[in-house]
Design a protein around this ligand. Structure first.
Ligand code: FMN
Length: 380
């Protein structure tokens, strides 16, 4: 012990150490928290998850399509906007309430639909649902979850169901009836599933994946033909949905103003600007840029939400300023789930909510309605 202390002392006195830039010695941005409460931002939870997860699970959650340029663009576009802050506003009390699709939400940060969550943590979607309920956030439940939607909804939080259209009508009907019976007020139709994105890391490690052992809970009791995504799906499917469900219909994956206009025309109740977190097409286009034109196309006719790349409260703030009513986060809560299970997801939601309130306070916005287009300026 004495030897170790002596060595340490020598090291600390060494001129070599003094020559090292301090940036190499103290790097909180590289810190790996040991407990969930130590995590200061979602990226720290990402590093814990990377340490804990198998290669197959890790590549399932982190990959983007092709070279990952769209996934990177999703992050980069947030830096192209700066926040114009206002001073001398009474910000001693803030609220983040909103009404969406007839629902009361306490936060504009929603959990995006993510399938197969038992790949990341054994309690999978149930842990996520418990965290969402505790922290009072809406959770959109993927059709491709390991636990079935009725079981996830029975946790008792606010949940919406996400549907992948199928070429088999019997499957579409089964999913809609099951979601309605379990009480979902909204069905989110994902429209970017005309094929499977080329996620090479995920494909490479798939042979080591154990995810298939769990089965997909939403197919329980369904005996018909299965098919996920329909490459022949067009706007008529949205009209069919409107006729065949009482749930609000929200289209996830709209990225252009033309499609925003067609969404309104087809009767959709809302859209989510999304490129699936850069996992499907390699377009090189971040969704914050897409949001601007989707707002042009949708006008004030239907609510517009956005996802892909949202990591910090300032990202949420910028999306809301550009017209989004709410944002969805995907990978960050998977990092929390992989790192510390339900508590990790709770931590992610707390961090997102705290960061949003922090920027609202500094920017002089006491409610979501005060976050407006004029709150931002495009960086030169
Ligand atoms: C591992 C993984 C699985 C996903 N599964 C689904 C899914 O089943 N249905 C769906 O509509 N989107 C799915 N998505 C996309 C998310 O809903 C969301 O659009 C995306 O994660 C947002 O980007 P972000 O991860 O950068 O926050 C998935 C994303 C990931 C990372």
């Amino acid at each position: 012990m004495a030897d170790r202390r002596y060595l340490l002392k020598l090291l600390l006195q060494s001129p070599l150490l003094a020559a090292l830039p301090t940036s190499l010695l103290a790097r909180p941005e590289l810190a790996i928290p040991e407990t969930v409460r130590q995590a200061l931002d979602v990226f720290q939870l990402k590093r814990v998850a990377q340490q804990k997860l198998s290669l197959a699970a890790w590549h399932f959650i982190v990959n983007g399509a092709d070279a990952g340029k769209t996934m990177a663009a999703n992050r980069a576009v947030f830096d192209e906007w700066e926040i114009r802050v206002r001073r001398m506003v009474d910000v001693s009390s803030l609220d983040t309430f909103l009404e969406l699709f007839g629902q009361q939400l306490t936060s504009p940060v929603i959990l995006a639909p993510i399938g197969a969550q038992r790949s990341v943590h054994d309690e999978g979607e149930l842990a996520t649902a418990r965290a969402a309920k505790k922290k009072k956030h809406v959770m959109i439940c993927s059709m491709m979850t390991h636990y079935g939607y009725p079981e996830i909804a029975s946790v008792g939080g606010q949940t919406w169901f996400q549907l992948y259209g199928s070429a088999f009508e019997s499957q579409n009907r089964h999913m809609l009836e099951m979601a309605e019976a379990a009480g979902s007020p909204v069905v989110v139709l994902t429209v970017d599933a005309v094929g499977r994105g080329n996620r090479e890391g995920e494909r490479w490690f798939r042979r080591e994946s154990t995810a298939d052992q769990f089965g997909l809970g939403n197919y329980e009791g369904y005996k018909g033909k299965r098919g996920v995504g329909d490459s022949a799906m067009t706007w008529g499917f949205v009209e069919w949905l409107k006729k065949n469900t009482s749930m609000k219909v929200v289209l996830k994956g709209i990225v252009t103003k033309e499609d925003a206009k067609l969404s309104v025309k087809s009767g959709a109740d809302g859209v989510i600007v999304s490129n699936h977190g850069g996992r499907q097409e390699e377009s090189n286009r971040g969704t914050l840029d897409s949001l601007v034109e989707v707002m042009e196309g949708a006008g004030d006719d239907i609510p517009v939400l956005m996802d892909s790349g949202v990591r910090r409260g300032t990202d949420t703030y910028k999306a809301l300023a550009l017209g989004a009513k709410a944002v969805c986060i995907g990978r960050p809560y998977l990092w929390g789930l992989g790192a510390f299970g339900q508590e990790g997801v709770e931590r992610v939601l707390k961090i997102e909510q705290d960061e949003l309130k922090t920027i609202m306070r500094f920017a002089g916005a006491t409610s979501l309605g005060q976050i407006r287009r004029g709150s931002l300026v495009r960086a030169d």
